[in-house]
Design a protein around this ligand. Structure first.
Ligand SMILES: [Zn+2]
Length: 125
């Protein structure tokens, strides 16, 4: 099983850690807190929802990935930031959710569909 993805209970989550001292979250799992130096950090799970903070669009596909796609900094709702591929082009502020292949070794974020007429999904943060 992948060290990066946790499917316990059928829910897709990213494996990370949270500092028991200062509450700093990290992805992936770390032993020493990068914020305060405390060790060990507690293993925890994050996701699957987050918001795109920054991204770059790539026009060239590779390894079975169809262009265009984006590499984005995604801030998960629990606080940690992860650099990941996203499905399709996304803009900062786009709400995304975690997805992964069956093996769980490759993961990406896909935009959460915005329900028509609700006016939600924009101006987050
Ligand atoms: Zn800490």
């Amino acid at each position: 099983m992948s060290e990066r993805i946790d499917r316990t209970g059928g829910e897709l989550r990213l494996v990370g850690s949270r500092c028991p001292g200062c509450d700093h979250p990290t992805i992936p799992l770390r032993l020493v807190c990068p914020a305060c130096g405390l060790r060990p950090m507690d293993r925890t799970r994050f996701g699957p929802s987050g918001t795109v903070e920054r991204h770059t669009d790539l026009e060239v596909g590779f390894a079975g990935i169809e262009a265009p796609y984006s590499i984005a900094l995604v801030r998960l709702d629990e606080g940690p930031v992860v650099l990941s591929r996203t499905e399709g082009a996304v803009e900062p502020g786009t709400r995304v959710t975690l997805d992964a292949d069956e093996g769980g070794d490759v993961y990406w974020f896909a935009p959460v569909p915005v329900e028509a007429g609700t006016g939600r999904g924009h101006h987050v943060g």
